[in-house]
Design a protein. Structure first.
Length: 289
């Protein structure tokens, strides 16, 4: 009996060991490093201190960086939630083989390196790039728009990279939707906007929330896209931590920024998971009723 109870622990021990070695230990090391001091000529100092956290919370520069990071993450999440939901609804209504073709088109950005995708956007966003040429030719603007090194450019590039995650999540939720429910609503006099608002979107809400959580976490911790499109003048937490690690060599301060970003993301994920669980419970209760 004791051996049968211990069997699950022994079976999961290898996976837990790999998880601890390649995730828990590095994160714990970074967290411990964030409590060390740093001197320009002396390097990392022994002993533990809260100086790095005090410096971050007392410096308006870091408040601006954190604010910009989460502002971009929220905007990208909102845009991806709207675009991804409608793309998933359209995909769900398509027939074969067009559904498979357009699903591949939507998921195409995930098949290409994020650096390659971002460099492509950098070429499009230049003052002589295709986007500005098209806007000037259509007389939408009178002079080239500064997409590069701006929040607008970063938001557009990140949306292109991350919207497939919402599409996948919402599409998976819509697979449970019975077409007879829509037909019944239409037969009872509901218009298509009403069906979308009262039936499709509520049933797809768990997928929307799940995809939004993924997008927010990836957007808040994104490095390559803000570094290339935003440049050195438009810092986010990831690029600021990178500079502290590799430019100023202040590893403890860089670790402090990384830890604060991790804590903020974990707090958001926890709150979002609670919201998703409550939404699922509400859906189940409505289905049972």
């Amino acid at each position: 009996m004791a051996r049968s109870r211990a069997a699950p622990y022994w079976l999961t021990a290898p996976a837990l060991a790999v998880y601890a070695a390649f995730l828990v230990v590095p994160i714990a090391s970074v967290a411990l490093l964030s409590f060390h001091g740093f001197e320009f000529y002396g390097g990392i100092q022994p002993g533990l201190t809260l100086k790095n956290f005090r410096d971050v919370f007392s410096d308006s520069y870091y408040w601006e960086v954190f604010g910009r990071t989460f502002f971009v993450a929220v905007v990208v999440t909102a845009i991806c939630a709207v675009l991804g939901t409608f793309e998933a609804i359209v995909l769900q209504r398509m027939g074969n083989p067009w559904k498979s073709v357009f699903l591949l088109v939507v998921l195409g950005p995930l098949l290409i390196s994020v650096v390659v995708r971002t460099l492509g956007w950098a070429l499009l966003f230049g003052s002589t790039g295709l986007v500005n040429k098209a806007l000037l030719a259509l007389r939408v603007v009178r002079e080239p728009v500064a997409f590069m090194y701006s929040v607008t450019g970063v938001v557009i590039a990140l949306t292109h990279v991350l919207v497939p995650f919402v599409v996948i999540s919402v599409w998976a939720s819509l697979q449970r939707l019975d077409p007879a429910v829509e037909r019944a609503a239409v037969s009872l006099g509901a218009t298509q906007p009403t069906v979308l608002r009262r039936i499709i979107v509520p049933l797809a809400m768990p997928g929307i929330l799940s995809g939004s959580v993924i997008v927010f976490a990836l957007a808040a911790s994104a490095f390559a896209t803000p570094a290339i499109i935003g440049g050195r003048r438009l810092k986010v937490i990831a690029t600021a931590a990178y500079d502290e690690f590799l430019n100023t060599l202040n590893w403890p301060l860089g670790a402090c920024l990384a830890v604060l970003l991790l804590v903020a993301n974990v707090a958001f994920l926890y709150a979002s998971n609670r919201m998703i669980e409550r939404r699922w419970q509400a859906v189940f209760r409505e289905s049972a009723a």
